[in-house]
Design a protein around this ligand. Structure first.
Ligand code: HEC
Length: 78
């Protein structure tokens, strides 16, 4: 689904592209209880300043249920 939703245009599982590697995202948020909710909102609305100056644009093609699935998947990639 990450591919279908165009996430992989800017992200890869194990290396930095435009955005951070999903493995690094998983490592950063490991064990944080509120991380999924925060990341789901960011996936839908976009945001910046966590990994560097490059912002992630909003992804309006992703709905809440899909964001939940994508974030759950990313957080398993340790
Ligand atoms: C145009 C490029 C681009 C696309 C498309 C994109 N991202 Fe990102 N993403 C970024 C950048 C750049 C960052 C780093 C933002 C920052 O530093 O806060 C990021 C950060 C993230 C983070 C970490 C957020 C944080 O606060 O730590 C997650 C999770 C993420 N992206 C998931 C996704 C998913 C899922 C999709 C597909 C729906 C997606 N991204 C599509 C560029 C992109």
């Amino acid at each position: 689904m990450a591919k279908a939703k165009n996430c992989l245009a800017c992200h890869a599982v194990d290396k930095k592209v435009v955005g951070p590697a999903y493995k690094d995202v998983a490592a950063k948020y490991a064990g944080q209880k509120d991380a999924p909710a925060k990341l789901e909102a960011k996936v839908m609305k976009g945001g910046s300043g966590v990994w560097g100056p490059v912002p992630m644009p909003a992804n309006p093609q992703v709905n809440a249920a899909e964001a939940k699935q994508l974030v759950a998947w990313i957080l398993t990639l340790k």
